[in-house]
Design a protein around this ligand. Structure first.
Ligand SMILES: NC(=O)c1ccc[n+]([C@@H]2O[C@H](COP(=O)([O-])OP(=O)(O)OC[C@H]3O[C@@H](n4cnc5c(N)ncnc54)[C@H](OP(=O)(O)O)[C@@H]3O)[C@@H](O)[C@H]2O)c1
Length: 324
């Protein structure tokens, strides 16, 4: 038996409750994992609140963790008991002490990469990798706007964009977060709860606007992000921390020949080769100091509700994780 957070109804954080669950033996192509650390992501909040109805209830939420292989099922090659692995999955089930996992989702951890770091950084690092190298190719001289620049994904994205030679403008919710965003490579920061960020972006860019705007905030920032773009600029809408984006007139893109994408990480790592290539790039970036990953604030698995409260309160400046 293991323990897991089982979501039986959607709602406030208190719907996240611990239960004993049977794990069973790994089937064909599966690994049984003893999990050491579980990443907490904003996606988990959408699932818990009911905004995303992508987890069949009752179900175990969570899309990212790291741990040790305990048992290998039939028809698995490349993994053995004792291997240290991490994974991200759109199939949920990560808020648990132990689980069965399709082996094609597991990524072996390089020596020196501890499990907490991996669980803190794999999904967010892969997201930054997808955004800055695949969805839009950030190059020397690219001007970039990153919302929630002091957040989990935000800080990694700023660091990577800066490493690739971009000028990075970051929006943040408080002066303390502005400091963190500057530490992550933002040349300019904007307090977007107090200032008209689109006007400030125009001012900072000498009236041109940015080449690419990465918007994870959604409802509150989407139109301002569009206003912040240069001619032929690209709006990458990849989240909705403030709520879903309202429908809008596609013709608005014509004002400056702008483009819009709405990428989802899982679609960029469907092929195992893509997953392993991008994960290797994230692990190399961490080992090489390109991405500085903080230890992350840890909560016991049974206190998942407290972790969600923390994330939603906007007080979290950096990653959160659950420890079984
Ligand atoms: N498309 C994908 O594949 C993909 C993958 C990973 C993550 N994401 C998205 O990326 C975003 C960041 O994820 P994360 O886990 O790293 O979270 P996070 O950025 O650490 O936390 C969310 C931040 O959003 C800002 N925010 C603005 N309005 C908010 C509101 N009304 N309520 C709560 N927060 C608000 C807050 O920063 P300030 O206080 O500075 O405003 C908050 O700290 C999420 O929207 C997530 O869904 C998308």
């Amino acid at each position: 038996m293991g323990t897991a957070i089982v979501l039986r109804e959607t709602g406030k954080p208190e719907v996240l409750r611990g239960e004993s669950v049977a794990v069973g033996k790994p089937g064909a192509g599966e690994l049984r994992i003893r999990q050491s650390a579980i990443g907490v992501n904003f996606h988990d909040v959408y699932v818990r609140s009911g905004l995303y109805q992508t987890l069949a209830l009752p179900g175990i939420p969570g899309i990212e963790a790291a741990g040790v292989v305990e048992e290998v099922g039939p028809e698995v090659s490349g993994f053995a008991p004792g291997d240290r692995i991490a994974y991200v999955t759109g199939r949920y089930g990560a808020y648990a002490s132990e689980r069965l996992l399709p082996s094609e989702l597991a990524v072996r951890l390089p020596p020196g990469m501890d499990e907490r770091t991996a669980a803190t950084a794999l999904l967010k690092g892969l997201t930054a990798e997808m955004l800055a190298r695949e969805v839009h190719q950030v190059r020397p001289g690219t001007s970039v706007l990153v919302h929630a620049a002091a957040g989990g994904v935000g800080r990694l994205l700023c660091q990577l964009a800066r490493h690739l030679g971009a000028t990075v403008i970051g929006t943040v919710g408080s002066p303390a977060k502005a400091e963190l965003a500057r530490g992550a490579g933002c040349e300019h920061t904007i307090l977007y709860r107090q200032e008209d960020f689109a006007a400030r972006v125009r001012e900072i860019t000498g009236g041109c606007g940015v080449d690419v705007a990465y918007d994870s905030v959604g409802k509150d920032t989407f139109l301002g992000s569009l206003e912040s773009l240069a001619v032929r600029g690209h709006l990458v809408s990849f989240g909705q921390s403030s709520g879903a984006v309202e429908p809008f007139e596609v013709a608005r893109l014509a004002a400056r020949s702008n483009s819009l994408t709405r990428p989802i990480l899982f679609h960029y790592i469907v092929q195992r080769d893509d997953l392993t290539r991008m994960a290797a790039s994230v692990f190399d970036a961490i080992a090489g100091g390109v991405l500085a990953v903080e230890p992350g604030k840890a909560f016991p698995l049974a206190e998942a509700a407290a972790a969600h409260e923390h994330l939603e309160a906007r007080t979290a400046a950096g990653p959160l994780l659950l420890v079984p």
